[in-house]
Design a protein. Sequence first.
Length: 360
Amino acid sequence: MTAASDGLEGVVAAETVLSEVDGANGVLIVRGRSLDELAGRTTYEDMVGLLFGGFYADLPANIPAALGVARVEVFKEVAALDTGLLDRTPIEAMRALTARLGDGDDAQVAFRLLAAPAVFTAAVIRAQAGEAPVAPDPTLRHAADILRMLRGATASAAEADALDTYLVTVADHGLNASTFAARVVASTRAGLTSAVLAGISALKGPLHGGAPGPVIEMLDEIGEPGNARAWIEGALARGDRLMGFGHRIYKVRDPRADALKAAVRWLDARQGRLEFAEAVEAAALAILREHKPNRALQTNVEFYTALLLEALDFPPSAFTNVFAMGRVAGWLAHAREQLAGGRLIRPASVYVGPMPKKAA
Ligand code: SDX
């Protein structure tokens, strides 16, 4: 009897031309480009073109313009943001608004889904703060308009570049849990909106995309470098996981951590916070080595994600929403790749329950 692989660890569930996560060497490749070539050097719109190329026959020639139009189109759904939704977390409210978008498989549906996490999250954050939503400006690049819809004012070029770097850095990452969930739903031919809703739901979990918010809680509870060891030892003694550390694939440092740390450095006002975070990170890595000597527990993408999104004035409760703003491009590319060549995803299982009693 073949035993199930715990968490499907080591199971190859798809062939993809989209991205490769080399966990042994800490390398991320997206359609033949290394992260170093992409982070800080590419706009999110160009990343969409890189990921979507070959998968959408009706891919718009002018992606920035098409994404701007899509933001304006989905903004109409913000009117459905009622008090019932305002009591939900930002990710739940964004998911509910996204569910209002029609299903389908073409680029028009895909571009609305690219726009949805950004437009809905900005509106939800403002509404939960008692402020009116800000309509999109279709002439701006996506990252700049996200910050403008959030704040109601134009962000600096450095801030827009920092958010663009984040969105590009997290856009695609192999067969992570949320991308796999999106592929499973796409494989039933349910449609791109259904696939993205599956991705959002999987991303929400604290073991996956829900980790960056708790990183801020950890930093705030530690307060100053001298408290780091006691706090971390206490967390591990309780059996808690340190958010922002460890990874199923990376057994060395996640290359995205330093790409995002570099973006934090562009935002001058945050240097003191960055130095504090680096001290906490060093303590956490040392203590994880002491407690789990046989486990390669390194910093993952979420640790410096938290610093960057905090520096851009996103509330920690909405950090996962911002992750979805970037990752939705990967979900939509993988969904189309699954539709292009894949069959229905339906793995086997081994039954370990009781058998029927033999008839007397
Ligand atoms: C993302 O897959 C992707 O690509 C995901 C992602 C993407 O871009 O899509 O990279 C994004 O999800 C990054 C990970 C964000 N999550 C966190 O930061 C939450 C904290 N990290 C962990 O819970 C954990 O490291 C996982 C979930 C990320 C990976 O867990 P695994 O591979 O299932 O490993 P495991 O849970 O089986 O743990 C193995 C051992 C255990 O100890 P022992 O069994 O030896 O006793 O390592 C320990 C764990 O207790 N461990 C940790 C730890 N992570 C693993 N101990 C303390 N703190 C941690 N963070």
